[in-house]
Design a binder for this molecule. Sequence first.
Ligand SMILES: [Zn+2]
Length: 275
Amino acid sequence: MQNESLDKLILVILDGCRYDTALEQLGFLNHLIEHKQGRLFQVRAEMPSNSRPLYEVLMTGVPTYQNKIYSNLSCQRSEHVSLFDLVTQAGGKTSAAAYFWFSELYNQAPYNIKTDRMQNDPSRLIQQGIFYSDDTYPDSHLFADAHYLLNSYQPDFMVVHSMNIDDTGHKYTATSKEYQGAVNRADLLLAESLPDWIAKGYQVIVTADHGMDGFGLHGGSLEGHRKVPFYLFSKKSQLISSEELSQLEIAPLCSFLLGIAPAETMKDIQHLWEE
Ligand SMILES: [Zn+2]
């Protein structure tokens, strides 16, 4: 069943991109914000501010103590209703160009690079996926993977998840020219992609799972760990009166943008449109 009423959405997750660096280095995105082509919100990441727990938070809206993805070592399928569930149940199509932990959470754990790198199976939650398992997999190639999925399968919901910012932050710290450069390069890739996606009728979110600190770490409670950007390019963005979002509100906000009902386990976000 194909549901023609879904409003298409691409969710870009820049792994490890902190809020202040996004403001300083994502020049193309901030240009669009300056000219009111989109909205920028501050998000407070959940804890632990680590990738795998927060992928699950972003996809399900369920906090870590309940979703059981307690750490980056939690190699298991998600037990909660995710955006991939909601879209496929509504008859929509899902894709992801993402780190292999997405395949483990929503398709199959553990990941086997020989069988799971390229996936095309409409019975899975992520129906078409191109997954990588090396943190140095170039963001340029990741975005090319996303273009391939978009043009080949026209997904209603696609996750595009890059790792070079996080990888560079761990190696050189968030105060390094290398980390700033990795965010700066992501902006170039977004400038090459975003107008095309919007022209194809997609709403686009650009956010991060967590940030990075001056020691090259995340996981804890520092502002640098938890404060991340949330750029929204959608005609519906003007409906939101709040300037800040909890990370638990992102999954129900995505379902609102997609035009489908949120899962019962997702937070009520009615207050976002009221002052
Ligand atoms: Zn990391």
